[in-house]
Design a protein. Structure first.
Length: 80
């Protein structure tokens, strides 16, 4: 096994990579919302930044593309 494979199997490295992926997805969601609707209220941005699950972030990215306005995004975000 190569040193790189050993390194990549480290739980700490995996957590760091997952955290980086989450932050990138959060950034894309917020960027898209800002591009479409102008400024994003800080409470809404904080809510998006608190989400870590990649599947949920992927769904939010789709929602940011499809929603009609920020209020629709906020309402969908508050649903389970």
């Amino acid at each position: 096994m190569t040193l790189e494979k050993i390194f990549m199997q480290s739980p700490t490295i995996q957590r760091l990579m997952a955290n980086q992926e989450s932050q990138t997805a959060q950034k894309y969601v917020l960027h898209l919302l800002e591009k479409r609707f102008g400024g994003v209220p800080e409470d809404l941005a904080a809510h998006v930044r608190a989400i870590r699950e990649q599947q949920k972030l992927d769904n939010l990215l789709d929602l940011a593309v499809d929603c009609v306005d920020l209020e629709a995004f906020r309402n969908a975000l508050s649903r389970p």
